[in-house]
Each structure stands twice: as structure tokens, then as C-alpha cells.
Design a protein around this ligand. Structure first.
Ligand SMILES: Cc1cc2nc3c(=O)[nH]c(=O)nc-3n(C[C@H](O)[C@H](O)[C@H](O)COP(=O)(O)O)c2cc1C
Length: 387
């Protein structure tokens, strides 16, 4: 058993274990992948301020996100096709999250359905919805999420149209994979993944296939989604989704202070400063660089969280220091899941919590609530470098 000390260790195992098509699906950004890379490299530009001879006993990284107790300010982000990274992946990730004490968000584009995840977990999870132009589908899926006891709706607002990811086109990404010669050759080397996949019946988009008339295979699904993304989205329609839900709402995919104002206007309980992990607008600034401006604009009126590029507890600490009340992780938990299933997600969360806790101590803080701008050092021009 390899000694796993950081998220990159999990990524290496993940890469060996999971078919190329699904590794590439996660490990890619849109077009030139500049924003995807910046999300990570901008974190690396930020430094932590070391303090000494400060009492570091009785530390806590526990806090709340939208009034919910969390073991640390980290939630699992919605990730489509998680059940292709590891058989029954959404159920495994949700279980790891609930045991650890952090929220799990189920993507609309999941393999395991809302009902299936609810049946295999004991605590409420969050459900993510896209802004689709189909009121009937929206109402049905929102009602299903309510019936399953989901405790918050994450509305993804940065995907009215899909950013192009070259690798997915080249690999012919689909769930389940289509059996082309290159795919078969690659699958032949991923027998552990394949055996587990053969052992589950969950291999399609569980929230959609069987719930939408005429959608019963990958081809009809991609045609359906392409048609349904609402190119004419406006804030009134976002407010309508909020009303249909009637509970806590998180708007994910805000990268601009003006949009953040609108989000407050529709009563978002939290917003996630996000560029979809660099998968949408290539050339957009990294989330961590946009965070302080958005916190300054609306941080008093709603909870501002961020995601994109978090690969360590130090990254979480930096985000919190720059004003995030919470964070979400996507790839960091996917690496763990692909590498070792539920145990891998737990390991990813453990790694991040230990890094966060120890680094917070070395910054001279005992409570995550006290972490702030004074704990980080920014290079000159980091803020306001772009105008
Ligand atoms: C493979 C993959 C699939 C994703 N699928 C969804 C999705 O279905 N819905 C959504 O709102 N965001 C989706 N995202 C974006 C994530 O929720 C999150 O914003 C992003 O992963 C954060 O960046 P990080 O991976 O660097 O942590 C996806 C991201 C990845 C990597």
C-alpha cells in the first residue's frame, strides 16, 4: 500500500486506475486551459505569514456553511459522471462526506440518481441544477430533490452554453464508454476499474435517463442537453428556480462583482466564486484572484465561497484568509475517488484537513473564524493586476 501524504499522490494512483477518457474528462479545462492552470498557479503565488510563540492549543477548523455545521469550510462540488470515475461513485463520495462532516453536492449529470444517493446515505445532501429552458423538467427534478430530503439547491449559473474541451471530443467521451478500438485498448489495461463497473447497474445518467421521454442513450442525451441549456437565461429565470425550490439556494459560477450584486438581489444564501474549474470561459481570471473583489462587494450581505484550483489545506487557508466563508473541491476529491473509492475520498478530506489545521497553527491561529487577510502575503500587484 503506497504511503499517501498529499492530493498529488492520489492523483497518480487515479491516473493509473481509471480509463483515459474519464481521467481526461476531469483533468482538463476549456480550449487552451489557461484558466484551468491559473486556478492552481495563482494559489501558488500567495504566501502564508508565519507567526511564532503563539498559543496553538485547542484548535478548530470547524465552522458553518449556510447555517450547517461543517468539519471544515469545504464542501464537495458537483461533478458530472462521478460514477464513471469509480463504480457507484456518487454514493461512495456522499458517504465519505457525511462521515467526515462536510456537505456533498450531487450533480444533475450524475450516474447515481438522487433517489439512489438518498437511499444509501443518512444525512441530507445538496443538489445541483443547471439553468435549463424546460420548466417541466426543472419542476420535476426540483420536486425529486425535495422528496429525497436535499437541504440546499446549488444553481450553476455559468453554463448556459458549453465551453469546448478538446480532449473530450478527441476521446469521444460518453457514459458508458463506446467501444472503439482505442477505448478498448485502454480499457484492457484498467481491469480493476472494469471489474467494479461490471458489478454495478449504475452506468447511465441516473437523473435523466428514464425520467425524460426520448432520452435513453448517450446520443439522445447529448442532443437533449444541447437543446435544453437556456441560452436566453436572465435573473428573472434564476429567481423562478429559487421560488420553485423555496429553500436555501447557492448560486455557483459567479466571477464578477456586478453579477454578485444580482445574486444578492435574487436572495442567494451563498454564492460560489467559480469559473467551473476552468472548464467554461478560457481566459477568465482565476477564482482566487477574483475572490477579494467579490467579498468586498457583497460579503456583508451573503456568504461568499470559492472553488477552483484547491489541491491542499493550505489553499483552503488562503481562500479563507482572502474572505471565503467556505470552499468547494472538485478534482481533489475525484482523484481520491478514482484512486480508492470511498476510502480515497476520506483520505483526500483527511489530507486537506490536516494541512489546513497545521498550517493554520503555524500562522498563529487557533480558530478558522479568526483567519483573515493578516495571515497571507500577496505579491505586489496581485490584486488589481488586471483591470
Ligand atoms: C470532471 C468535472 C465535472 C464537473 N461537473 C460539474 C457539474 O456537473 N455541475 C457543476 O455545477 N459543476 C461541475 N464541475 C465544476 C465543479 O463543480 C467545480 O466548480 C470545479 O471542479 C472546481 O475546480 P477544482 O476541480 O479545481 O476544484 C465539474 C468539474 C469537473 C472537474
Amino acid at each position: 500500500m503506497p504511503v499517501i501524504t498529499n492530493i498529488d499522490d492520489l492523483k497518480k494512483i487515479y491516473r493509473r486506475r481509471v480509463p483515459r477518457m474519464f481521467y481526461d474528462y476531469a483533468e482538463s479545462g476549456s480550449w487552451s486551459e489557461q484558466t484551468f492552470r491559473d486556478n492552481v498557479s495563482d494559489f501558488a503565488e500567495i504566501r502564508l505569514r508565519q507567526r511564532i510563540a503563539r498559543d496553538m492549543t485547542g484548535r478548530s477548523v470547524a465552522t458553518q456553511m449556510i447555517g450547517q455545521d461543517v468539519a471544515m469550510p469545504v464542501a464537495l462540488a458537483p461533478v458530472g459522471l462521478t460514477g464513471m470515475q469509480n463504480a457507484d461513485g456518487e454514493i461512495k463520495a456522499a458517504r465519505a462526506a457525511e462521515k467526515f462532516g462536510v456537505p456533498f453536492t450531487l450533480s444533475t449529470m450524475s450516474i447515481c440518481s438522487i433517489e439512489d444517493v438518498a437511499q444509501h446515505t443518512t444525512k441530507p445532501f445538496w443538489f445541483q441544477i443547471y439553468t435549463l429552458n424546460d420548466d417541466d423538467f426543472n419542476a420535476k427534478i426540483i420536486n425529486r430533490a425535495k422528496a429525497a430530503g436535499c437541504s440546499a439547491l446549488v444553481i450553476t449559473v455559468d453554463l448556459q452554453i458549453l465551453g469546448q474541451r478538446h480532449k473530450d471530443l478527441k476521446n469521444g467521451l460518453s457514459a458508458p464508454p463506446k467501444f472503439t478500438i482505442p477505448t478498448m485498448l485502454n480499457l484492457a489495461t484498467k481491469w480493476a476499474w472494469g471489474l467494479e463497473m461490471l458489478g454495478t447497474k449504475r452506468r447511465f445518467f441516473g437523473n435523466i435517463v428514464g425520467h425524460v421521454e426520448g432520452v435513453d442513450d448517450p446520443t439522445s442525451l447529448s442532443a437533449w442537453t444541447a437543446q435544453k441549456f437556456d441560452h436566453a437565461l436572465d435573473w428573472g429565470k434564476i429567481a423562478k428556480l429559487r421560488d420553485m425550490w423555496g429553500g436555501k439556494v447557492i448560486l455557483k459560477g459567479i466571477l464578477d462583482a456586478e453579477d454578485a450584486e444580482h445574486a444578492v438581489g435574487v436572495g442567494a444564501d451563498a454564492i460560489v466564486v467559480s469559473n467551473h474549474g476552468g472548464r467554461q470561459l478560457d481566459g477568465a481570471l482565476s477564482s482566487i484572484r477574483m475572490l477579494p473583489e467579490i467579498v468586498a462587494a457583497v460579503g456583508e450581505r451573503t456568504e461568499v465561497w470559492m472553488d477552483g484550483g484547491i489541491r491542499s489545506g493550505q489553499d483552503v487557508l488562503k481562500a479563507v484568509a482572502l474572505g471565503a466563508k467556505g470552499t468547494m473541491i472538485g478534482r481533489a476529491f475525484v482523484y481520491g475517488l478514482g484512486a480508492m473509492g470511498e476510502k480515497g475520498v476520506t483520505t483526500a478530506l483527511d489530507v486537506i484537513r490536516k494541512e489546513l489545521d497545521t498550517s493554520m497553527a503555524l500562522c498563529g491561529e487557533r480558530d478558522i473564524a479568526a483567519v483573515g487577510r493578516h495571515n497571507v502575503l500577496l505579491p505586489k500587484g496581485f490584486l488589481g493586476a488586471y483591470s
